[in-house]
Design a protein around this ligand. Structure first.
Ligand SMILES: CC(C)(COP(=O)(O)OP(=O)(O)OC[C@H]1O[C@@H](n2cnc3c(N)ncnc32)[C@H](O)[C@@H]1OP(=O)(O)O)[C@@H](O)C(=O)NCCC(=O)NCCS
Length: 149
């Protein structure tokens, strides 16, 4: 089941975040995204009361940006990220977004492949984007919203 993230999920969400990323959001960052940031949408994939994955994205007018995506290590390669991405895209289309974008580490071939599968196109490189100096690839995908609206 995919549903909105709530405060009670945060112990498990933190486990997934710490496991998946060298540097990631702190608990208070997730709390801010859930409670205070009106542009932020946070979804979890739950199976038998276990959170297996999460996705975060902002919607600003007709522009969507993925802020985080991670799947628990032992649950990877079961199309959970695919399900979360599909739900995010459906929600963004529902909100008439015209484009969705993201940054991904240059070395993160698995995620890059996932995004390419969804039709994201590499737009440019953001040099030294991450705190450790690694470059980011900036990727974009057109959505169903009408840019001229
Ligand atoms: C990237 C990540 C979210 C993928 O999650 P997942 O649930 O395992 O992905 P899915 O099973 O939905 O895979 C969908 C597609 O992604 C690509 N992919 C996923 N894992 C891959 C891997 N290890 N190597 C190569 N391609 C991979 C494949 O194209 C795959 O399609 P296929 O199985 O038909 O070949 C997961 O590996 C993860 O949490 N990684 C750590 C956090 C991270 O890098 N997040 C992205 C930050 S930008």
């Amino acid at each position: 089941m995919i549903r909105d993230m709530i405060f009670d999920d945060l112990d498990q969400v933190m486990e997934i975040g710490i496991e998946a990323f060298q540097m990631h959001w702190k608990r208070k960052d997730f709390e801010y995204e859930i409670k205070e940031n009106e542009f932020s949408h946070m979804l979890v994939y739950e199976e038998n009361h276990v959170i297996q994955g999460m996705i975060g994205y902002y919607i600003l007018f007709d522009d969507a940006q993925i802020t985080t995506l991670a799947v628990r290590k032992e649950a990877q390669n079961k199309k959970i990220a695919t399900a979360l991405m599909n739900q995010m895209i459906e929600n963004c289309n529902h909100e008439n977004c015209s484009v969705v974008s993201l940054e991904v580490r240059k070395s993160n071939l698995a995620a890059k492949k996932l995004y390419e599968k969804f039709g994201f196109i590499e737009m440019n490189i953001r040099k030294g984007y991450y705190e450790d100096g690694e470059d980011a690839i900036f990727m974009m995908k057109a959505l169903g919203g009408n840019i001229n609206e």
